[in-house]
Design a binder for this molecule. Structure first.
Ligand code: G3P
Length: 217
């Protein structure tokens, strides 16, 4: 099970580099960040040698997207190119897979979209859980359906749960048995915390201090 950071925050990526299995980026995250996107991607790659770094295409016209995907892939051997799961791009996706380019197919919202991408042989599919929930569709349920069907068809494509907004999403994605979860820093920090752990540490420490021992062991 891989934990991916859905972030372009270099300080946070550096902080979590020992723990995470990679980073996902997208045009919105890069635009909000404000720094030059290419420079930022190179900084992230330098921090995560050998770990998955997903970089999304920005071209919308299929031939331009194909050429851009090749350029993005050349940024590093650990780069995965993110392509939106739109039927107009299926031929581009098929060509890129044939070229040996590692793809992470983004904006996946249905079983058919997902299985179609598995059939084309991409490395990752990224179902967007939070955005399904936004539309009153159970995003986590899709993860369970994907796990069952991908295994039944014996496809090798990995499920990367995305658009994760809460610790509950993380919990459900783990239960569904996804291969990877990408989450914002805030969700990762919340998922790693528990108030009972904090309380337990405080109680153990208070009890220990009552002994007045200065050296142990
Ligand atoms: O991993 C995809 C993510 O960046 C999108 O999340 O919250 O904008 O749907 P969200």
């Amino acid at each position: 099970m891989k934990i991916i950071l859905d972030s372009v925050d270099i300080v946070q990526i550096q902080k979590w580099a020992y723990f995470i299995d990679g980073v996902t980026t997208n045009p919105t995250l890069l635009a909000k960040n404000g720094s030059d996107p290419l420079t930022r991607i190179k900084e992230i790659l330098a921090l995560l040698p050998g770990k998955d770094v997903s970089v999304e295409v920005t071209e919308l016209e299929p031939d331009a997207m194909y050429a851009q995907a090749h350029k993005i892939a050349k940024l590093g051997s650990n780069v995965l190119v993110k392509i939106p799961c739109h039927k107009d791009y299926y031929p581009v996706i098929a060509r890129l897979v044939n070229d040996g380019i590692k793809l992470n197919i983004t904006l996946v919202f249905s079983l058919f979209q997902a299985l179609s991408m598995c059939k084309l042989g991409v490395v990752y599919i990224s179902p967007f859980i939070g955005r399904l929930d936004d539309h009153d569709i159970d995003g986590s349920e899709l993860l369970f359906q994907l796990r069952g069907t991908i295994d039944a068809y014996n496809y090798k494509t990995q499920i990367l749960a995305a658009s994760i907004r809460s610790v509950l999403h993380v919990h459900e994605a783990l239960l569904a048995g996804v291969d990877a979860i990408t989450m914002p820093v805030k969700v990762l920090e919340l998922a790693a915390e528990h108030q009972l752990t904090d309380q337990g540490i405080a109680t153990f420490n208070a009890d220990w201090q009552k002994l007045g021992i200065s050296k142990f062991p």
